[in-house]
Write a protein that binds this ligand. Structure first.
Ligand code: NAG
Ligand code: NAG
Ligand code: NAG
Length: 762
C-alpha cells in the first residue's frame, strides 16, 4: 500500500450514537468500549482492514461543533464598545467549557495514531466540524494524515463503501460555514446590542431585562408572519353572487356549478338569474369521461418532511428534525438533511422495499410493490444536492414508540408510496346549458387506489354522478341565486412559513426549524389554538420600525443574497474573504443608517408598548458608545470623546481609565466637538480621526473660521496652540483645563469677544 503507518487510525463521528453505530458495523459487533474524558462520548476499539492492511481503529465522537466563534475579550461585554465596532472587531475560535473534555480526549488519542478519518455528517456543518477536529488533532500531531468518509446512512453497505473510497476533506464547504458563523456573530451581536440597549431605555416598563435579538434569518422569518397578519387586517371582504342548479335524481342530489363561478355585480347576476328562470329547462350539452390519476408523492426531502409532519402528524419542524436525526444515527433512516428528491440510479431500491415486507401493517403493500411489473418505480423530482439521496428507511423496525414511531412510519409509508403507482380513476363531467348559461358537475370513480392504500395522509374521494345523455333535457329541482363573501387569507401555518422561507432562500433546509423556534422563543410571535403564527406586539413594532426606515431588514433579499453567496463559496466558485468583506460592509451600512434613524423604531413600537421615554436626542447614543478617535500615546488603548456629567465640557479620554489617566480637556471656548469620519493622513499611529469643532465667537484668531474639521494628532500647529495640547509631549499625561487660554476683553475696542491681537479696529 502507498500508505504506511504503525497501524492505528483515529475515527471521529459527529455524535456518540453515530460512533457507536459505525463501530458496531465495522467491527461486526465486536468492538471494545472504553471511557473517554467526556462521559457522553465513548471510545470504541476494533480491528479493521483498511488501505490493504490490518489496522486498529479508535472510534470516538464530538457533540456537534467543538469550537465556537467569539469576539476577543475586550469586546465581549455589552457596554464594552460601540456596537458598530463589532463589524470589524477581532474574533477567535474558542473551545467552550462543555467541550473541553472532548477536545482533551482527541488530543490524547491522536498521539497514538498516524491517520485521522473524519466521520461527521456529510453536510456543510459536518464538514466544518470535521475541520475543527482536524485543527485540534494536527496541533498535537503535525504529520497526521487526514481522510474524509462519505456516507448517507449508517448501514453496512454504506459504511463499507465509505471505507473503500476515503477522500480528502473539502475546505471550501467548511469555509462557507466559517463565513456564515462570522457574519451571524457580527450582524447578530451588533444589532441585538443596539436595539436591546436602546429599547430597554425607551420602554423601561415593557422591556426591562428583555433581550431583543436580531438575526439576519430571524427577521425575515418574522417579516413573513407580520406581512400575512397585515394582509388579513387590511382585507376588505367583498360580496359576490352566483347561480346554483340542483337536480334530484332518485337518491342523488346533483349540484351543478356555474361556469362563470361568481360575479361581484348584484344587478348583473340578477339579470342572468332572471333569464334562466324564464326558461328553466336544462339541456345536457356534453358528457365526457376520461381517466384521471392522483399522483403518488415525490421522494422525500427535508423541507417536505418538515411540512408534511407539521400538517399531517401535527409534529413541529424542530421536533421532527430532532426525531429524524435520532432515527438516522440509529440506522433506521438515511440522512435526513437533504435537498434531493431524485433517487440515484445506483441506489438499489428492491432490498429497501423487501425489508419492509415483514411488517404486519404495510408488509403486504411492500410485497405488492416487489411484484409490480418492473419492481419499485419511484416518481422522480428535479432537485439534487449531489450529496445525499432522498430520505428513506434503511432498516425495518416495529419497536419504535410514540412520535419516533409515527415519524418512522410516515417515512416508510411515504417511501413505499413513491415507489408504487399513481391512483387511477375515471372522471365524468356533465355540462348543461340553461338559457345559454353554462353549468357543470362531475363524478369520480376510483379504479385503482394503488399508492393510497399505504398512504393514509392523502385523500381522494369517489363522487357518484348519475348517468346523463348528451342532448337530453331535464327540469332542475331548483335554481338559486346565492351570495357569499370573499374571505381573507389565513394566518400562516408552520408548513406555510417553511414554504416561504424556502421560496425566498432564507436559511437552509438544515436551519428552517431553528429560525422558527427562535422567533417563538423571543416572543416575537405566538401560536393560535389551531397552530398558526400570530405576531406579538414587539414583533409587529420591530418589523414596522425597520420597514419605516426604508430598509429591507425584515424582507428576505439581503439574507437570500448571502445564502446564495455561501453556496458559491462551498462550491469553490467564490472566495471566502471577498464574500465575508462584501456582506460585512453591506450590513454595516445598514446598521449605521439604522442607528441614525433609530427614532423611527421608537415611534413604531410606542403604539404597542406605550409612550416612549424622551431620550436626550441623537447624541445620546454617541455618548454612550463613543467611537475611537485615536490610540492613546501612553498606553495604546482607544481614546474617545466624553462629556463631563455636569456642564457641557468635553474631553478626550483614554478607555484605559482609571489605569491610564491620559486625557485632553477642551477649553470652554469649544462649544461643540464631535468625531469626524475622516482620518488624518500624516499623524500616527493610524488611524487618527479628525474632529469637528465649533468655537465661541471671538475665541479664535481673526482669520480662522469658527467651525472647521481639524486634527489633534499634532500636525496642526494652530490647533495645538489654541487647545493648549501639551499631552503629546513626553511625560505630560493631560493638558491643563483650559482656563489659561480664556480670551480677555480687548484693550482697543473693549469688546470681550476677541483679543487685542485679533481686534478688527487694530
Ligand atoms: C352592474 O351590471 C349592470 C348590468 O349589467 C350594469 O349596468 C352596471 O353598470 C354594472 N355596475 C358596475 C358597477 O359595474
Ligand atoms: C357556453 O358554452 C358554449 C359551448 O362551450 C359556449 O360556446 C358559450 O360561449 C358558453 N356560454 C357562456 C355564457 O359562457
Ligand atoms: C475550492 O475552491 C477553490 C477556489 O476558491 C478551487 O480552486 C478548488 O478547486 C475548490 N476545491 C474543491 C475541492 O472544489
Amino acid at each position: 500500500s502507498e500508505y504506511c503507518f504503525g497501524g492505528r487510525v483515529l475515527c471521529v463521528a459527529e455524535k456518540n450514537d453515530a460512533a457507536k453505530g459505525i463501530a458496531e458495523i465495522m467491527s461486526n459487533g465486536r468492538s471494545r468500549r472504553r471511557e473517554g474524558m467526556s462521559k457522553f462520548n465513548k471510545i470504541y476499539e476494533y480491528e479493521y482492514h483498511l488501505f490493504g492492511q490490518d489496522v486498529t481503529v479508535t472510534m470516538t465522537s464530538v457533540s456537534g461543533h467543538l469550537l465556537g466563534l467569539e469576539f476577543k475579550a475586550q469586546y465581549r461585554k455589552w457596554h464594552s464598545c460601540n456596537p458598530v465596532l463589532l463589524f470589524d472587531a477581532e474574533v477567535q475560535k474558542c473551545c467552550p467549557e462543555n467541550m473541553k473534555q472532548i477536545k482533551r480526549t482527541l488530543e490524547k488519542e491522536v498521539r497514538q495514531c498516524q491517520v485521522l478519518v473524519i466521520w461527521t455528517d456529510c453536510d456543510r456543518e459536518g464538514e466544518n466540524i470535521g475541520f475543527e477536529v482536524i485543527d485540534v488533532c494536527k496541533a498535537v500531531k503535525h504529520n497526521l494524515q487526514v481522510f474524509r468518509a462519505k456516507f448517507s446512512e449508517i448501514t453496512p453497505n454504506s459504511i463499507r463503501r465509505a471505507c473503500e473510497t476515503l477522500m480528502e476533506p473539502d475546505a471550501n464547504i467548511s469555509d462557507a460555514v466559517d463565513v456564515r458563523q462570522e457574519l451571524d456573530l457580527r450582524i447578530g451581536a451588533s444589532f441585538t446590542r443596539f436595539q436591546t440597549l436602546r429599547l430597554q431605555k425607551i420602554f423601561p416598563e415593557s422591556l426591562a431585562n428583555q433581550l431583543i435579538s436580531y438575526g439576519s434569518c430571524q427577521f425575515p422569518t418574522l417579516g413573513f408572519v407580520v406581512e400575512r397578519f397585515k394582509a388579513i387586517q387590511a382585507f376588505i371582504p367583498e360580496t359576490f353572487y352566483k347561480i346554483k342548479v340542483l337536480h334530484e335524481v332518485e337518491e342523488d342530489n346533483v349540484e351543478f356549478s356555474w361556469k362563470r363561478n361568481r360575479l361581484f355585480n348584484h344587478t348583473a347576476c340578477l339579470v342572468l338569474y332572471q333569464i334562466c328562470m324564464e326558461n328553466p329547462i336544462a339541456t345536457v350539452t356534453s358528457v365526457t369521461s376520461k381517466p384521471k390519476s392522483k399522483w403518488r408523492p415525490l421522494p422525500l426531502d427535508t423541507v417536505e418532511l418538515e411540512k408534511l409532519a407539521s400538517r399531517k402528524l401535527r409534529i413541529n419542524a424542530k421536533e421532527t428534525m430532532k426525531i429524524a436525526e435520532k432515527l438516522y444515527t440509529q440506522g433506521y433512516i438515511s440522512y435526513p438533511r437533504t435537498e434531493t428528491n431524485i433517487f440515484p440510479e445506483n441506489l438499489p431500491l428492491g432490498p429497501l422495499v423487501e425489508q419492509q415486507t415483514q411488517s404486519p401493517i404495510w408488509g403486504t403493500f411492500a410485497q405488492r410493490v416487489m411484484e409490480q411489473p418492473g419492481g419499485p418505480n419511484p416518481r422522480q423530482g428535479k432537485k439534487s444536492d449531489q450529496a445525499h439521496p432522498p430520505i428513506h428507511p434503511t432498516k425495518y423496525s416495529n419497536t419504535l414508540q410514540g412520535n419516533e414511531g409515527r415519524v418512522y412510519e410516515f417515512i416508510v409509508r411515504h417511501f413505499l408510496a413513491c415507489v408504487s403507482q399513481d391512483a387511477l380513476g375515471q372522471e365524468t363531467v356533465v355540462d348543461i346549458d340553461i338559457a345559454q348559461e353554462n353549468f357543470s358537475s362531475s363524478g369520480l370513480m376510483i379504479i385503482a387506489r394503488n399508492y393510497l392504500d399505504v398512504y393514509p395522509y392523502d385523500r381522494w374521494s369517489a363522487k357518484v354522478i348519475p348517468v346523463y345523455e348528451q342532448g337530453s333535457q331535464f327540469q332542475p329541482s331548483a335554481i338559486e341565486m346565492v351570495d357569499g363573501q370573499t374571505s381573507p387569507p389565513q394566518l400562516l401555518t408552520e408548513a406555510d412559513l417553511i414554504s416561504l422561507m424556502e421560496k425566498h432562500g432564507i436559511g437552509t433546509d438544515a436551519t428552517h426549524a431553528d429560525h422558527i423556534e427562535t422567533i417563538k422563543s423571543r416572543m416575537y410571535v405566538g401560536l393560535t389554538a389551531d397552530q398558526r403564527f400570530l405576531p406579538g406586539e414587539l414583533g409587529m413594532g420591530l418589523v414596522e420600525g425597520y420597514n419605516s426606515m426604508g430598509y429591507e431588514m425584515s424582507k428576505p433579499n439581503l439574507r437570500a443574497e448571502l445564502e446564495a453567496d455561501l453556496k458559491l463559496v462551498s462550491e469553490g466558485r467564490k472566495d471566502k474573504q471577498t464574500v465575508l468583506q462584501h456582506h460585512i460592509q453591506k450590513y454595516k451600512t445598514v446598521f449605521i443608517e439604522s442607528v441614525r434613524k433609530a427614532k423611527k423604531l421608537d415611534e413604531a413600537l410606542s403604539p404597542y408598548l406605550g409612550a416612549a421615554q424622551e431620550v436626550a436626542e441623537a447624541e445620546q447614543q454617541d455618548m454612550e458608545f463613543p467611537l475611537p478617535v485615536r490610540k492613546c500615546p501612553h498606553c495604546g488603548q482607544d481614546m474617545v470623546l466624553r462629556k463631563k456629567r455636569e456642564g457641557n465640557t468635553k474631553f478626550l479620554s483614554c478607555t484605559g481609565f482609571p489605569a491610564c489617566k491620559s486625557a485632553v480637556w477642551f477649553p470652554d471656548t469649544v462649544l461643540e466637538v464631535s468625531r469626524d469620519d475622516s482620518i488624518c493622513l500624516t499623524c500616527l499611529p493610524h488611524p487618527v480621526h479628525m474632529l469637528k469643532f465649533k468655537f465661541r465667537r471671538g475665541s479664535l484668531p481673526h482669520m480662522m473660521p469658527l467651525e472647521f474639521v481639524g486634527c489633534i494628532g499634532g500636525c496642526d500647529e494652530t490647533l495645538r496652540e489654541v487647545l493648549n495640547l501639551k499631552y503629546l509631549r513626553a511625560g505630560a499625561t493631560a493638558n491643563k483645563p483650559a482656563a489659561a487660554k480664556k480670551p480677555r476683553t480687548c484693550g482697543i475696542c473693549h469688546n470681550p469677544g476677541h483679543t487685542r491681537v485679533t481686534c478688527p479696529q487694530r
